[in-house]
Design a binder for this molecule. Structure first.
Ligand code: MLT
Length: 261
C-alpha cells in the first residue's frame, strides 16, 4: 500500500469544518446541493478521494478503505483542521468507520448516510472482484449500466440520473477497480458500533434497494445515542434525490444543543 497522500477538495464557507465524503463511483460533485446550503454556517470541505475528480492525478493503487481515511486525515492536517463533523455516503460511510478506528480524535460528529457496518458476504466479494475485472476490460460504462437502475428511486429526476451517469463515466476505470477491491476487502465494523460514542446521525433513503432501510435502522440502534432519519422519495442517493430534506436533517443535527464544544 502507498503512503497517505494529500487529496483535492471543494471548499466553501467559514466556520467549524464539515467534511463530506462521497460514495462509489462518484466524486465531490454529488454534494453540490449540500455545499451550497451548509456553507452558510460551516467551512465545508467536499473531498475528491484519490483517483477521481480533481484528485484524478493521485491514482497510485492498489488502495484500501483505510488509505482513503488516511488521505483525508493528512489533508485536514495540511489545512490546519484538527477536528471536524463528517458526512459519508455509502463507501463514504465505510471510510468514516475507518476514520473512527484510525483517527478518532478528529471526529466531532458523524453522519452515516446510505451505509452499512457489515462486510461483504463471500458471494458479494466475489461479484465485486469479477466486476473489477470487467471494468478494467470494458471501462466504466459497464458500471453505469449495472448501477444506475439501482442507485435512485424510480421517481428520481432525469437531471439527477444524468449527473450520476456523468460522474460514473468520468471515474477512471483503474480507480473504479481499485475501489471495488477496497470495498470487497473492507473490515466488518459491526462490533465497533457499541463503542462509538461520537454523536451520530444515520440517514437513509426509504426506497434504497442496495442497502435495506431496516439494516440502517438496526445499525442506528446499535450506535449509542444515534438518531435515525428516513428520507421519503429517495433511493441510495438521498443527498442528490431529496436535497432539501437531507439539508434540513443535516442542519438540524449540526445545530443541535452541544454540537459545538
Ligand atoms: C456506494 O454507493 O458507495 C456503494 O454502493 C457502496 C457499496 O457498493 O457497498
Amino acid at each position: 500500500m502507498h503512503a497517505p497522500l494529500p487529496i483535492a477538495y471543494t471548499e466553501k464557507g467559514t466556520g467549524p469544518a464539515l467534511v463530506l465524503v462521497h460514495g462509489f463511483p462518484l466524486d465531490a460533485r454529488m454534494w453540490r446541493d449540500q455545499i451550497a446550503v451548509l456553507a452558510r454556517t460551516r467551512r465545508v470541505i467536499a473531498v475528491d478521494l484519490r483517483g477521481r475528480g480533481a484528485s484524478r492525478h493521485i491514482a497510485e493503487g492498489p488502495w484500501t478503505i483505510d488509505s482513503h481515511a488516511d488521505d483525508i486525515a493528512l489533508t485536514l492536517t495540511r489545512l490546519g483542521i484538527a477536528r471536524a463533523d463528517f458526512v459519508g455516503l455509502s463507501m463514504g460511510g465505510y471510510i468514516l468507520f475507518a476514520l473512527w478506528r484510525r483517527h478518532e480524535m478528529r471526529l466531532r460528529s458523524l453522519v452515516l448516510m446510505s451505509t452499512r457496518a457489515d462486510a461483504d458476504s463471500d458471494q458479494a466479494r466475489a461479484n465485486r472482484l469479477r466486476t473489477a475485472e470487467r471494468v478494467l476490460h470494458d471501462g466504466t460504462d459497464v458500471l453505469a449500466e449495472d448501477m444506475l437502475p439501482k442507485l435512485t428511486a424510480p421517481t428520481a429526476p432525469i437531471a439527477v440520473i444524468a449527473d450520476v451517469r456523468t460522474m460514473i463515466r468520468e471515474t477512471p476505470k483503474e480507480t473504479a477497480a481499485y475501489d471495488l477491491a477496497a470495498l470487497a476487502h473492507r473490515p466488518d465494523a459491526t462490533a465497533d458500533l457499541c463503542r462509538m460514542r461520537v454523536p451520530t446521525l444515520v440517514v437513509h433513503g426509504a426506497q434504497d434497494t442496495l442497502i435495506a432501510p431496516a439494516s440502517a435502522e438496526t445499525m442506528a440502534r446499535a450506535l449509542p445515542g444515534a438518531h435515525f432519519e428516513l428520507i421519503a422519495g429517495a433511493g441510495h442517493l438521498p443527498a442528490l434525490e431529496q436535497p432539501a430534506d437531507v439539508n434540513a436533517v443535516l442542519a438540524a443535527f449540526l445545530s443541535r444543543p452541544g454540537a459545538l464544544p
